[in-house]
Design a binder for this molecule. Structure first.
Ligand code: FAD
Length: 403
């Protein structure tokens, strides 16, 4: 069965979006605002993937290319908060503390950020300073404080964009798996799981880590991989003021390294990095970077055990929820945005790794601009760019973060 469009192609475009994560929902809201007729096809539920189960920190990425997307995403979030009562974001950052017991390493890191990103107002906090600003932390940790980090409930932004998109006239079809329907060299719409087809003028694949399989079932295009992260939602005796991260820059700031390390590990207690953010009275503790979906229960125990080194009170905190989801980790750490080479009217926006909440709205705006024929994508983010292999990037890859 083919659902036919009622109007000719010349009027406002009809866009089918595959995926109801932060990218798909933000893109739907922006397209609907511009008068496009939009349908989101989501195989499970809004925010079912990483967009609903992340750490909840809107943060300045350390890769300068991704950092370009952050201020604009923050502006979008402030506008989203104005438009949706259910979403709120602070006017000023809570601050990110990168914790390290080696005060000398922290001083070097502060110096690095003073050169690389002075707008983050890097500051050295001695263990005494840290004890003053975050009394729940164990003693002995110095910190590099950066003026970034806006904690929000992990699923809040995605849910709010979905609400806004619906309010602007978009349609949302949940529990519906979709794939681009391509004839010749053009996308005609989407084929649904039951074999039926829906016509569209343009198709946007925003399916997170599932994107390569949706765009190219032949498997030739595989620049995005899954790195599975477990998070534990807790009720601490007192919520934290800052976003906290264990500083292990040499490994975690290179997603390819973190992924390779996890893939090579036969350790039943896989590597993890401490990170935590409090939104309201719920704190979300992370996380792992695993190549296959883990059993979350034992990993959650491990995360809590390791986190007690930083926050002893975690041992007694009530566990609200344990969650697992996959980051859409691209091989060079940057998303793929824009037209898919060789197929007219097919677009992609995916591969944000650990930065999708922080940079998603700006990415969605970029891809919406290309769908409407108005914007160009920066070369480093184009979907048709040549990609380096994870191996090549292991030593030189752009920075990631510990969420
Ligand atoms: C543990 C963890 C912590 C994180 N913390 C942060 C953080 O603090 N800050 C930050 O900026 N980022 C963070 N991230 C990263 C961020 O969550 C992701 O980059 C972002 O959510 C990806 O959004 P997306 O829309 O591209 O993909 P997803 O959220 O994966 O959404 C894709 C959607 O597509 C759907 N789908 C897939 N295939 C189909 C199909 N064929 N048909 C229909 N629907 C389909 C899926 O069900 C899913 O809902 C974290 C990630 C993890 C795993």
């Amino acid at each position: 069965m083919v659902v036919r469009k009622s109007d000719p192609v010349s009027r406002t475009p009809e866009v089918a979006i595959i995926g109801g994560g932060i990218i798909g929902c933000a893109a739907a809201a922006f397209l609907a605002e511009r008068g496009a007729s939009v349908t989101i096809f989501e195989q499970t539920a809004v925010g079912a993937g990483a967009s609903g189960r992340n750490l909840g920190a809107i943060q300045h990425p350390f890769d300068p290319v991704l950092a370009e997307l952050y201020p604009s995403s923050l502006d979008h979030y402030h506008r989203l908060a104005d438009a949706c009562d259910a979403f709120a974001v602070a006017d000023a950052p809570a601050g990110l503390l990168l914790l390290n017991a080696d005060a000398g390493a922290v001083r070097r890191q502060v110096e690095h950020f003073r050169q690389a990103a002075p707008e983050l107002e890097p500051a050295f906090l001695s263990p005494e300073d840290v004890a003053e600003v975050e009394p729940a932390l164990s003693g002995g940790f110095a910190a590099c404080r950066l003026a970034t980090g806006y904690p929000v409930p992990p699923d809040a932004a995605t849910a709010a964009y979905a609400t806004l998109a619906l309010r602007r006239g978009a349609a949302l079809r949940l529990g519906v798996s979709a794939a681009p329907w391509v004839e010749g060299d053009r996308a005609r719409g989407v084929t649904l799981g039951d074999g039926s087809r829906v016509e569209a003028d343009a198709v946007l694949v925003a399916a997170g880590p599932w994107t390569p399989a949706v765009v190219d079932p032949s498997g030739d295009w595989q620049p995005i991989h899954r790195t599975w992260g477990v998070t534990v939602q807790l009720r601490l005796p007192r919520p934290l003021r800052h976003v906290l991260e264990e500083d292990e820059v040499d490994s975690v700031n290179r997603p390819a390294v973190a992924t390779a390390r996890a893939a090579a590990s036969t350790d039943p207690e896989p590597p993890s990095l401490f990170s935590i953010a409090s939104a309201g009275d719920i704190s979300t503790l992370g996380s792992t970077f695993l190549p296959i979906a883990p059993d979350p229960a034992p990993i959650a125990g491990l995360l809590r055990h390791r986190a007690q080194r930083f926050l002893p009170s975690i041992g007694d905190a009530d566990v609200v929820q344990v969650r697992v989801c996959a980051r859409p980790q691209s091989v060079d750490g940057r998303p793929f945005i824009g037209p898919v080479a060789g197929v007219d009217a097919l677009f992609v926006c995916a591969g944000h790794g650990p930065w999708g909440i922080s940079t998603g709205p700006a990415s969605a705006e970029l891809v919406v601009g290309t769908i409407l024929g108005e914007a160009r994508i920066p070369a480093e983010l184009r979907a048709d760019r040549a990609v380096q292999t994870a191996q090549a990037l292991a030593d030189t890859g752009p920075a990631g973060m510990a969420s």
